[in-house]
Design a protein around this ligand. Structure first.
Ligand code: SF4
Length: 224
């Protein structure tokens, strides 16, 4: 659309969230809008809450709300009385957080400090029964499919990552493959033409870092 969009003319595309904020900003002034939320993270934000919560949905929040408040307040907690295992806080590319890491404000700065990001503000919550290796496999399959193949680290990395995670699911995982998976993800970071390389790498490296025992469980059970 930047070159040819509406009537084949260059077109700026805004998302609905941006347009929905405009009447308030025009009528009440930018200072009033900026009054919502903490400094540098002003205004309200729409979050899309999905996964194993009692009340999934799209919520408008001020960005001083915590991730915990979103999950247990707005989301009504984890369904069927289960415990939380983790949350992907900003779309599948954002580094995963464990249940112990959700006491963090849901805004750009705080999430960045926590080693993740707000991204698309699409939160995916998963409970204690979730097989995170299967979850990561789904994510790696997606990015492998999306890679256009132009850059070697992304083309090969997304392919290898999918195959390595698949190895764990087949009972062929081991510690060496865990390290290789981490290395494959690391090699994609900052080495590609577009952002998809980084987007594919961040879930890989964060899942290995945050849930090493889940990987271990796969290969120790297979060996038993
Ligand atoms: S990083 Fe972007 S341009 Fe490079 S192969 Fe992946 S999808 Fe294509």
């Amino acid at each position: 659309p930047a070159v040819a969009g509406f009537n084949a003319c260059p077109t700026t595309v805004n998302n609905v969230e941006t347009l929905a904020c405009l009447p308030y900003i025009v009528n009440e002034g930018p200072e009033a809008f900026a009054g919502f939320g903490p400094p540098n993270n002003a205004g309200t934000h729409l979050v899309s809450l999905s996964g194993h919560v009692n009340q999934p949905g799209v919520y408008e929040v001020c960005m001083d709300v915590t991730l915990k408040d979103i999950i247990y307040g707005l989301g009504g907690g984890i369904r069927n009385g289960k415990k939380l295992k983790g949350v992907i806080p900003g779309g599948s590319s954002s580094p995963v957080l464990t249940a112990e890491e959700i006491d963090v404000e849901y805004n750009f700065d705080a999430l960045s400090k926590a080693g993740t990001m707000m991204g698309s503000a699409a939160l995916m919550v998963f409970d204690e029964d979730t097989d995170v290796i299967k979850l990561l496999h789904r994510i790696t399959r997606f990015y492998n499919h999306e890679s256009c193949g132009q850059c070697t680290p992304c083309r090969e990395g997304t392919h290898w990552a999918r195959l390595i995670v698949q190895d764990f699911l087949k009972g062929n995982g081991n510690e060496r493959k865990m390290k290789r998976l981490q290395r494959v993800g690391g090699n994609m970071m900052g080495t590609t033409v577009c952002a998809l390389g980084d987007a594919a790498a961040m879930p890989i490296t964060s899942f290995v870092k945050k849930f090493p025992l889940e990987f271990e469980k796969y290969y120790t059970q297979a060996a038993a």
